[in-house]
Design a binder for this molecule. Sequence first.
Ligand code: ATP
Length: 203
Amino acid sequence: MIIGVTGGIASGKSTVARAFAALGIPWVDADEVAREIVAPGEPALAEIAEHFGEGVIAPDGSLDRRALREIVFGDAAERRRLEAITHPRIRERLIAHLARLQAQAAPYVLLVSPLLFESGQQALVDRCLVVDVPEAVQVARTAARDDVDEAQARAIVAAQMSRQERLDRADDVIDNSADEETLAPRVAELDRRYRAAGLPPSA
Ligand code: ATP
């Protein structure tokens, strides 16, 4: 069984994944795979340079994410072009990583992805676990962690899928608005259900 873990920026996906990992559950990070497939030497990077120009390649040969973001931001056609280059490769590599983990006989595995619903990766998982916090908490945690002020953090949150839309698509929800210690018993409860039943009853 594969559990998709998703949530908005700074909702606590990695924190939740680490809590499952402490119980022996392995996970694949879709963000990490998205970076892997555009590393120097990867065919996706060459295609990106071909389509978007050498201006998106940094002097050291890596992808200049900021330059690329500036091109695709607000340009739906260019964004779709970028996704057409990256999404199939991300998907292919996620499937390979997940298969490798499953071959290690884990009781179940996690696919942690900020864009589980938006990218079609939901099709790779049996069940979706949404990490949920109020938007004000997301904004505060983003501003505390990243190099952005609260207004910028609010704009990032506003540009993402809404909290309600995510909750509507969830099979299970984990509330991460309290401290990390509060998370542990809820993770343990979900872990028991995932191990026991293969598939737990709907949340
Ligand atoms: P992103 O997708 O934006 O990289 P994420 O959803 O994986 O983030 P985390 O990296 O787990 O989120 O957490 C975001 C920030 O919030 C981190 O700085 C983390 O330490 C903090 N954080 C997470 N959970 C809690 C909590 N329950 N209490 C306090 N701080 C928390």
